[in-house]
Design a protein around this ligand. Structure first.
Ligand code: TYM
Length: 342
């Protein structure tokens, strides 16, 4: 999977992983399939860091009250989805100051031209023409800092983040060439099916937590009835046969969601629905989505009511993250010639 590594970067013999999601909207089925579900699968094999990416979320305007509540809700949803805070380090990005500090350093080592090529910056600039701020532009550099601080070998993400991981690799390689080995060069880890879940009503674009049309998006905390309604009204086409083809992007998307949740091959799903109508696929898919996510809603209700527990886990995990991140930051400060504090 990942490259050979110098054993000094392993923790308890395991390679490191980091990923996260920005609380700029509620967690979606796309986030679950593309990322969070993979995180849970990796927690035994790797030393994992999972963040609520609050610093990144403010590159678009957030209501402070909503941001605070949503950030805690994300944290509880991570735990509810099965991430064990004893096995993984689960924390808020803003609780570890090294992220902002390393981001500044890396800003000074990232060519302007590289950032102008980032497609997410271009997309978000179109979506938020009145708020094209410097943070939006340097967003991928903060992401590089997130990853490089934890000596990560692997970064489990959906397809939309691939370009940012490539930039992270470029930044790490360039820095290592100039100063000697400092950073582990990470690899993206993207699921083969489900790396890009599309919007239900407009399957030409990805399902996005900040989509103004809520019918495009299944949220993880949507009640079963809402999930069923959204999936039943998903755009398909005027045909009737269930086929996996680029010409039927709506059906293709539903089949991919089905395949990634059921872990069945697309071909055998297509066979199963041979001679059946789109409606059958939608009804069965809705039951599958509800079944595969119900444990999250149940566990979430329990966890979100226990704020004391959440706060103690937050604190303990942020301390663990800081210990690793601060060590990497000191290594970088030393390499670039900063005078140590004491
Ligand atoms: P975010 O919050 O947009 O998404 C979180 C994760 O979900 C994946 N994802 C999807 N996968 C499949 N289909 C979709 N429709 C879909 N939508 C989102 C994303 O690829 C991502 O893996 N910049 C990041 C957060 C971040 C981060 C990091 C991730 C900040 N620093 C360091 C990894 C490592 C973001 O906004 O993700």
């Amino acid at each position: 999977m990942a490259q050979e590594t110098n054993s000094k970067y392993l923790i308890n013999g395991k390679q490191n992983i980091l990923s996260g999601s920005a609380p700029s909207g509620d967690l979606t089925l796309g986030n679950f399939i593309g990322a969070i579900r993979q995180w849970g699968n990796l927690q035994n094999e790797y030393n994992c860091y999972y963040m609520v990416v609050d610093l990144h979320s403010i590159t678009t305007r957030q209501d402070p009250k909503v941001l605070r509540e949503r950030s805690i809700s994300f944290f509880a949803q991570y735990l509810a989805a099965g991430l064990d805070p004893k096995k993984n380090t689960i924390f808020f990005q803003s609780h570890v100051s090294a992220h902002s500090e390393l981001a500044w350093i890396l800003n000074c080592f990232t060519p302007y031209g590289d950032l102008t090529r980032m497609t997410q910056f271009k997309d978000k600039s179109v979506k938020h023409p009145k708020n094209i701020n410097a943070g939006l532009f340097t967003y991928p550099v903060l992401m590089a800092a997130d990853i490089l601080l934890y000596d990560c070998h692997l970064v489990p993400v959906g397809e939309d983040q691939k370009q940012h991981i490539e930039l992270t690799r470029d930044i790490a390689l360039r820095f290592n060439n100039e100063f000697g080995e400092t950073f582990v060069v990470p690899e993206p880890f993207i699921p083969k099916v489900g790396g890009r879940v599309m919007a239900l009503q407009e399957p030409s674009r990805k399902m996005d937590k900040s989509d103004p049309n809520q019918n495009n998006t299944v949220f993880l905390l949507d009640e079963p009835k809402v999930i069923e309604k959204k999936l039943k009204s998903a755009t398909t086409d005027s045909g009737t046969t269930i086929e996996y083809t680029e010409e039927k992007p709506g059906v293709k998307n539903l089949l991919e969601i089905y395949s990634s949740l059921s872990e069945e091959k697309i071909d055998s799903i297509v066979q199963k629905f041979e001679g059946k109508m789109y409606g059958h696929l939608k009804v069965d898919l809705a039951s599958l989505v509800v079944e595969k996510t119900q444990h999250i809603r149940d566990e979430y209700k329990r966890l979100i009511a226990d704020k004391n527990f959440l706060h103690s886990v937050m604190k303990e995990n942020a301390e663990r993250a800081s210990a690793h991140a601060d060590k990497t930051l000191s290594r970088v400060y030393d390499k670039i010639g900063f005078v140590p504090k004491a």
